[in-house]
Design a protein around this ligand. Sequence first.
Ligand code: KIV
Length: 271
Amino acid sequence: MSVNNEFRRVTTQSLILMKNHGKRISALTAYDFITAKLIDQAGIDVILIGDSLSNVFQGNETTLPVTMDEMIYHTKAVTKGVERAMIIVDMPFMSYQTNVEDAFRNAGRIMKETSAGGVKLEGGVRVAKTVEHITSAGIPVMGHIGLTPQSIHQFGSYKARGKEEEEAKQLVLDAKALADAGAFSIVLEKIPAALAKEITDSVNIPTIGIGAGIHCDGQILVTPDMLGLNQNFHPRFVRNYNNLAEQIIASVGKYVSDVQQKNFPSEQESY
Ligand code: KIV
């Protein structure tokens, strides 16, 4: 298989091949058909239906409220727009933490009811058995360590993780445990770049960073953040590739004024 951009469909094998060839993996989130279709056309490798939909789509303060049914609903919309990217679905809070059987059943439900290519869950050593169980059914699992937003009430803040030696060592162990359990990839969120490098060098599966520096095998961002749609959220790890919030407000403002001044619709726009 060539790594020169053309996988007809990105799979777990493509991503591992990309790591082995030093080709960086690009990933973004999507929660709806139109966005998914556009970012797939732009050549993104991985699309995550992140539980960040709780924040950016539903307006909740944390990722905790989003449900299995909601994740499945959004995934069904996303998959219809995607031809090439690998589609991964976040397992929502309490869909896998309760016990291994619940995790197995819920991961299976996501795979059966949607056309996703795999699931993602948060945690390291403590979810390794769960990862092993889910992968034993042939379901690809992406891990997620570092700042794991489903544990926000335990952390107490969204500040970077792994800055202290003890936690850094634990994160290396977590990554190794996930790789040993059969995870095909790991998201590293908001940890020091040097630690992300150490983890990336110590596992043979791709790492995908968000706020984890340049040494990860790939990068992921939340799409509304990188497009500048999320007006009050500007952490240092997000690069704004556009300012869609301003563009939308200006466009809608123009429409409102056109309607008010009877400039819309014109004759050509009428029947
Ligand atoms: O939910 C999400 O969007 C995520 C990414 C930030 C990795 O988990």
